[in-house]
Write a protein that binds this ligand. Structure first.
Ligand SMILES: [Zn+2]
Length: 300
């Protein structure tokens, strides 16, 4: 009987505990702060932190058994990140998780290798990094094909691959307890797509976002954003990014179907006023348009 009661109490305790996290409200409207060309650390709660360096962001998770780091960015940022982690815990970094293969996000992890960290990434990273090696970017020790559950100190980080979208190795990372999705490059809230959309495949990008929207999360931390943007957003930013891309493709295709085939003319005539408040609308929309012109004109 006592064992039974203890079990009931334990189950009640656990459900109250998960309920507390489910009800937790994160600071979705609070800018990260600090200097643009600086770095900052935003505690999200229960050992989860957002580290920002310039317009790059990652998450790290501090547990009783060590630390999980994601995307070390570059040698300078990685060193700052390591110093910030040391202010919080003396536990070693046990894992470094790569979001995808691009050097601007995953360089500099070599200093965590020296602490004994294991590196985790999608299996396609092995070939991509072998083709473009870097002395400061260790190859993954642990790779996977579809998804992978990384656990440490009672915490779980779910890594999920949605096929090609931005390169062929991009994975999203989910914290199931907090219902947070950490996503790099394919979701940047309230900003048009990056310049000429390098290594982005428009149709696969839209398909991936639709699939991601069906995953179980309520909050988003994105891999980019200046100090004026919040550390964490609500889940709907994934849908907003997808709708932006659909609107962009529809507008360019509409103009091409109407007979405009000169990319320079498309760049000046196609407008998306619905997004004029988004960051880099004036500067990057024409580049986004040229990329979509190439997609329809050349078929890639
Ligand atoms: Zn990238």
């Amino acid at each position: 009987m006592k064992t039974f009661l203890n079990s009931v109490i334990l189950i009640l305790g656990l459900s109250l505990f998960s309920q507390a996290y489910a009800d937790q409200k994160f600071p979705i409207n609070k800018p990260v702060g600090g200097e643009l060309f600086g770095h900052s650390v935003s505690p999200i709660g229960d050992g989860v932190y957002v580290f920002r360096w310039w317009v790059y962001r990652n998450i790290f998770i501090v547990t009783d058994e060590g630390v999980i780091v994601t995307d070390p960015m570059n040698p300078k940022a990685a060193k700052l990140l390591q110093a910030e982690i040391r202010k919080i815990t003396d536990k070693p970094v046990k894992y470094v998780v790569y979001s995808h293969n691009h050097h601007d996000h995953i360089s500099g992890g070599i200093i965590f290798k020296a602490e004994g960290a294991k590196f985790v990434g999608h299996e396609n990273i092995l070939k991509e990094l072998s083709d473009h090696p870097s002395a400061v970017t260790p190859l993954p020790d642990i790779t996977f094909k579809d998804n992978y559950e990384l656990t440490l100190g009672g915490r779980t980080l779910i890594l999920e691959h949605y096929g090609p979208n931005h390169g062929e190795s991009l994975v999203t990372m989910r914290l199931p307890r907090e219902k947070i999705l950490f996503v790099v490059d394919i979701v940047t809230p309230r900003r048009v797509a990056f310049r000429m959309m390098p290594d982005f495949w428009p149709d696969e990008w839209i398909r991936s976002l639709k699939e991601i929207e069906a995953a179980d999360f309520e909050y988003v931390i994105s891999g980019h954003g200046p100090h004026t943007e919040p550390a964490i957003d609500v889940a709907s930013v994934v849908m907003e990014q997808r709708v932006y891309l659909e609107d962009l493709l529809a507008a360019v295709k509409g103009a091409m179907d109407a007979g405009v085939h000169n990319p320079d003319e498309l760049k000046t005539s196609v407008k998306l006023p619905k997004y004029q408040e988004w960051r880099y609308y004036e500067e990057w929309l024409p580049m986004n348009i040229e990329r979509i012109w190439a997609f329809y004109h050349m078929g890639w």
